[in-house]
Design a protein around this ligand. Structure first.
Ligand code: MF3
Ligand code: CO
Length: 252
């Protein structure tokens, strides 16, 4: 069941999303050559707690940290580590959920460390564009859920030839980290396809691979990598469907 949120509840998710947006923005200054993913996690964790939030990935299904830090070929759910030191030319996605006064927001950005190659930079730009094209698709009058995945898939695969991850999707969010519906980055007749309606709050999150769409789950139970070892990017916003249209809740 899709749990709709009322005006007050959306306002609470908006406040949570503001802390999360500020946190991800602040990481821009922090992420550079030589820092470990452990330190990035620690800094994000402290930021969220200082703003009275809780980093709700921590403890979610036993996940050990406040953030997912996914470097290069790691698509999602990279576990922060003192041993993982960023170097020039790396990309890293940082995926964070914030709970504030019981309301959850979810957002991800992919950061470039120093100077990345032109082809990796393009992957990152296109993945971010996929996120905004997905959001814009949701803005169309009477849009159904599948319009989001259709727009993401077209930009990533049809127009740019990138692999679109199929094993993981976006989701409803707000009362908890993962709610219905599934928000896929592709179109599938297998998935429920309701019309978007006021009160829905969705985490839209294209996960786009430079090469194959196929991914492998590592033995640590979390880390997801591309099957061909090529880089992947991930961008995510929490958005609310309101009477006045779509509002991005994790953007300042
Ligand atoms: N933020 C992730 C998502 O978009 C959720 C991560 S859950 C964790 O679905 F346990 F892996 F942190
Ligand atoms: Co998410």
């Amino acid at each position: 069941m899709i749990q709709l949120k009322n005006y007050r509840e959306i306002d609470m998710i908006r406040k949570s999303g503001k802390v999360l947006a500020e946190c991800l923005l602040s990481l821009d200054e922090v992420i550079s050559e030589g820092i470990s993913t452990y330190d990035i996690d620690r800094i994000a964790h402290e930021f969220i707690v200082k703003h009275h939030g809780y980093p709700s990935c921590l403890g979610y299904c036993g996940y050990p940290n406040a953030t997912c830090t996914s470097v290069n070929e790691v698509v999602i759910h990279g576990i922060p580590s003192k041993k993982k030191i960023l170097k020039d030319g790396d990309i890293i996605s940082v995926d964070i959920c914030v709970t504030l006064d019981g309301f959850v927001s979810d957002s991800t950005r992919t950061y470039e460390v120093g100077k990345v190659s032109d082809e990796v930079h393009k992957l990152n730009v296109v993945t971010r564009e996929c996120l905004y094209k997905g959001i814009d698709a949701a803005r169309q009058p009477h849009a159904r859920l599948s319009e989001i995945g259709k727009a993401v898939f077209k930009h990533a695969f049809t127009d740019n030839g990138y692999g679109v991850v199929r094993d993981y999707t976006g989701h409803g969010v707000g009362f908890s980290v993962h709610e219905e519906p599934e928000v896929a980055n592709f179109v599938s007749p297998m998935l429920p396809n309701p019309r978007l309606k006021p009160g829905m709050v969705l985490a839209i999150e294209p996960m786009i691979n430079m090469g194959t769409w196929k991914v492998i789950d590592l033995k640590d139970g979390w880390t997801v990598v591309t099957a061909d070892g090529k880089p992947a990017c991930h961008w995510e916003h929490t958005v609310a469907v309101t009477e006045n249209g779509i509002e991005i809740l994790t953007e300042l």
